[in-house]
Design a protein around this ligand. Structure first.
Ligand SMILES: [Zn+2]
Length: 299
């Protein structure tokens, strides 16, 4: 059995690595800028640099390697799609990384890595069916059952952010209208504010305002209404033991009080009690999940 698990988390602005031991203790970690504007080859070199440093920290001992990335690998073509690291879209990322690093790896969507990390070491530790929700630039998700990531035959499981909740809603980059992501992601909320109030402010700033005028109250209500609907849809469909929120908006406390009420209002059951919890691992969850996912017995 491999004594070490290396994880690498690819992000639009930074790439991070971590080395875990058998008890999932962090032995080494490093974070560098992605510099994606310098192109795909440059990013691959950055990944290699990071990997070699991690490898050095365990004196080249045997290890598993997991990579977390935005977007996912197409099941039919093996090419990366929907990544926010635009220069990597359309590339056979799996084979490119394995050739570059000269080591086998597992590649998984970053929201799945988040869900796995929280399920193993974070807020989902004591639950069997965990649904992890990312409310960041976009909305993603992943679910874990008894410690195993479920990706589904089309590798679609957890792609809750692109479920349509209003067919007449705003256009989404995926080509549809009124996806969950167009209302309750950071970008979605910011666009809703801009289109209705004609101001450019961050979603976090808006959600943390001490007071709201009447027009702002309408937007805020809409945000919570769609938050309630979209999370209730998850609960009505798979009835998870817990939902864990991650991403920039998950720091907003009202999601767990006022937001929770809006979710419960839409659940098809008399006394709903599904816990909706804030993540524990913060922005380390992606890289820790990537390391865990490299273990052969997980996916
Ligand atoms: Zn969409």
């Amino acid at each position: 059995m491999n004594k070490f698990n290396i994880g690498i988390d690819l992000g639009g602005t930074k790439i991070e690595s971590v080395v875990l031991d058998l008890n999932s203790k962090i032995l080494f970690r490093q974070r560098i800028l992605t510099e994606s504007n310098k192109g795909a080859d440059h990013v691959l070199n950055r990944i290699q640099d990071l990997y070699l440093q991690a490898l050095k920290s365990i004196q080249d001992e045997e290890h598993t390697l997991g990579i977390g990335t935005p977007g996912s690998l197409s099941k039919s073509t093996g090419l990366l799609r929907n990544s926010t690291i635009a220069c990597q879209n359309g590339l056979p990322l799996h084979s490119l990384i394995e050739e570059k690093l000269n080591h086998s790896c597992t590649i998984e969507n970053d929201a799945n890595c988040f869900a796995l990390a929280e399920s193993y070491l974070g807020a989902g530790k004591n639950y069997s069916l965990v649904f992890g929700v990312i409310m960041g630039t976009g909305c993603g998700g992943g679910f874990i059952h008894n410690g195993k990531l479920r990706t589904g035959p089309q590798r679609l499981a957890g792609e809750w952010g692109h479920s349509v909740i209003n067919p007449n809603g705003p256009e989404c980059f995926c080509g549809k209208r009124g996806c969950v992501s167009t209302y309750i992601s950071g970008t979605g909320l910011e666009e809703m504010i801009y289109n209705n109030l004609n101001v450019k402010i961050s979603a976090e700033y808006f959600l943390n305002k001490p007071t709201y005028n009447n027009n702002e109250k309408i937007i805020l209500h809409k945000f919570y209404e769609y938050y309630g609907l979209s999370l209730a849809n998850i609960i009505n469909t798979i009835d998870p033991d817990v939902i864990i929120l991650g991403g920039g908006l998950s720091n907003h406390q009202n999601l767990y009080t006022k937001g929770l009420e809006m979710v419960y209002k839409n659940i098809f059951c008399e006394n709903p009690d599904t816990p909706i919890l804030k993540n524990i691992l913060g922005d380390s969850s992606g890289v820790i999940g990537a390391a865990i996912i490299g273990k052969n017995d997980i996916s």
